[in-house]
Design a protein around this ligand. Structure first.
Ligand code: UDX
Length: 424
């Protein structure tokens, strides 16, 4: 099938390349000149393991092409995926202006029946809005269907997730569109859930919010475990062995970040508020998450004598999770900002994420030099590989605050480090 992907960010690019792998012919459309040029040359404009190789493969094979020519792109494709961003608005809701723009453009240029699919995370009711936005721009009435088909991939493992989804959700009331979607996904072996657009849209928000709730649950519990001197990792392990609970998203840490969980929790709360139905559990999820970096800060202050002024803190990790350069809503940045407010000297290291706002060290050694404490904020594998024995003499004080509970406490203590984890 010939597929048009509108929006070449994480979701759009990954989705397009996965469709290429399934044998479909894909065109990526974006208004950003630089992105399109880079992608045409086989260069990703973001860091995502494995995706660059796949891009180069399918660019070379002409299985994927990129364009800025909206009119021709809409004309030539019968299946159009909307993969543009839905950032958070000031009131917490999802900003649908990019989605609206795309829908109106499709309405303006469409020449024959189209299946219009929303992959972007969009609030309940958006499929109806897309229908209205497209219709309003049509000069003659041409039939089309709107399908909600949310994406569940994670950054850092986008390719793996998109190639091996747990499920595919198809939300439409049109049998014609259903047939097209089934054909599109026919090579996938996972369960395919067919439902109406509203339920499909809700499944995405409910899934992300539930995962965020699992994290906030264990993070809040970690504070109690800390007081009671219980290893929270043991608690997660014991809980996770119960099939009804499962082991995933129970890792206590510095809190969740990224472009999805914070925004999607807020958007679902906003949807509920608009219907005068407060979601008190989710409100607490967000609150606990905002507090979690401060829990780490308090522990840091305790071990450093109560005052961080002029203390040198090496922050390892800026990205909101490992294997990405994305720092959106990163709890690491929340902590860094608090450290700056406390007038600490901050040195940051991250293997790929960048900041211009704070001094950034090229190597872990450079960051650790003369540090009064190291704080691990991102679960990069390479922080597990550090030769702590060699690093120790570089530091002013051998103190490690492990915001991801990822290091070997016993080993570090044997080496003479003061180790502070999250209830660990
Ligand atoms: C998430 C969803 O997992 C994905 O299905 C959706 O499509 C987009 O949003 P993503 O934000 O890319 O994906 O990353 P994810 O792996 O879910 O992690 C989100 C945050 O939670 C990260 O900050 C991560 O470090 C944190 N996290 C995750 C924990 O603190 N503990 C855990 O046990 C798991």
């Amino acid at each position: 099938m010939k597929i048009l992907i509108v929006g070449t960010g994480y979701v759009g690019t990954t989705t397009g390349l996965v469709f290429c792998e399934m044998g479909h012919q894909v065109t990526g459309l974006d208004l950003d000149d630089k992105k399109i040029q880079a992608l045409k040359e086989g260069n990703l404009h973001f860091y995502e393991p494995g995706l660059d190789k796949l891009l180069q493969k399918h660019v070379a094979a002409k299985q994927i092409t990129f364009t800025k020519d909206t009119e021709s792109a809409v004309n030539e494709h019968d299946v159009i995926f909307i993969c543009v961003g839905t950032p958070q608005s000031a009131d917490g809701s999802a900003d649908l202006s990019y989605v609206q723009n795309v829908a109106e453009t499709i309405g303006t240029y469409m020449n024959r029946y189209k299946v219009i699919v929303t992959k972007s995370t969009v609030p309940v009711g958006t499929a109806d809005l897309v229908r209205q936005w497209v219709s309003r721009k049509q000069t003659t009435s041409i039939p089309f269907d709107v399908v909600s088909n949310p994406e569940f991939l994670r950054e850092g493992s986008a390719l793996h997730d998109a190639l091996n989804p747990d499920r595919i959700v198809i939300g439409t009331t049109s049998n014609k569109a259903k047939k097209v979607m089934r054909e599109l996904y026919q090579t996938f072996t996972c369960p395919i859930l067919e439902t109406n657009p509203k339920a499909s849209e809700m499944i995405k928000y409910a899934s992300n919010s539930f995962l965020a709730a699992k994290i906030s649950f264990i993070n809040e519990l970690s504070r109690l475990c800390d007081v009671l001197n219980i290893h929270v990792n043991d608690v997660s392990a014991g809980m996770g062995l119960d099939h009804r609970i499962g082991p995933h998203f129970l890792k206590a840490g510095i809190g969740y970040g990224g472009s999805c969980f914070p925004k999607d929790v807020s958007a679902l709360i906003k949807t509920a508020k608009d219907h005068k139905l407060p979601l008190s559990i989710l409100e607490s999820v967000g609150k606990v998450n905002a507090e979690q970096p401060l829990f780490l800060l308090t522990k840091m202050k305790e071990v450093l004598g109560g005052d961080l002024k002029n203390k040198t803190i090496a922050v390892l990790g800026l990205a909101f999770k490992a294997n990405t350069d994305d720092t959106r809503e990163s709890p690491s940045l929340v902590l860094v900002e608090r450290l700056a407010a406390e007038k600490a000297n901050i040195k940051i290291h991250d293997p790929v994420a960048k900041t211009k706002a704070y001094p950034q060290s090229e190597t872990i050694e450079e960051a650790a030099a003369k540090a009064d404490a190291i704080v691990i904020c991102t679960d990069w594998d390479q922080y597990k590989q550090v030769d702590w024995e060699q690093l120790k003499p570089l530091m002013n004080q051998p103190i490690i605050i492990d915001g991801r509970n990822m290091l070997d406490k016993d080993k570090l203590q044997r080496l003479g480090f003061t180790y502070i984890g999250i209830a660990n």
